[in-house]
Unconditional design. Sequence first.
Length: 255
Amino acid sequence: MKAHRAKILGSCLIVALAQCAVAQTTVILNETFDYANLAALQANWGSTIGLGLDLVGGKPSPSATHDGSATIHSWIGNSTLSITPTDLHPIVLTADIWDSGAGNQRNTIGLRTGANPLFEMGMYNAFTDPASGSGEGVRLVSLAGSQGWHQMGAYTTGWSRWEATFTTYSVTVRVDTGVDSSWDLTWTSTGTTPIGAFSDLRFGGPSGSSSAGGAFAVDNIRLEVTTVPEPSTLTLSLLGGLGLAVAAISRRRKA
């Protein structure tokens, strides 16, 4: 009998933990670039200069392209952005980026509100941290320690999946080179001032600069907010599980 009661109690606690441990995700944007034509793409992504639709390439096709001109393409679709990352509500930006492997590229995707805060990830030719160089990396301005242009790796050839996770004070960037479900590069920067709100999602030339190294492509841009269960939620769930266990044992006694 005692063993059976313990089994009931354990089962209820497991159910309670499972319910509260699952983080809830709200998708702000899931852009797969599945447009019928270029005009439909341009209607959602601002400036038409340098913007193209590749019906053959992508992960899978189609994908959007930027020809390296000194322009940016900001999301102007059916939703406006105003999102602030916190520890309990992290923001996650994911995108597949195609790198031609050519030198002197300046092609990125990013989040910002004007220049404060400002985040970009992709290819650049004048990194300053940890040393002068060119390749793939990120740019931080007025957020998470403000590291400026930080290089994570060399230029590659082909598709890579980029992921940036923002919390109250920090950002963590991961790169899956080749999109083979293996994170090859990881970098975290943390500051002392809250990051603040983002209102602009864009890709193209960083801050509207041109790319002497030519074009790049993007696909599967996903922006989401995750709700992390609070400790108080865990406590309430455990109490609820105990209540279920007590009720179950009580019913067995009466039977």
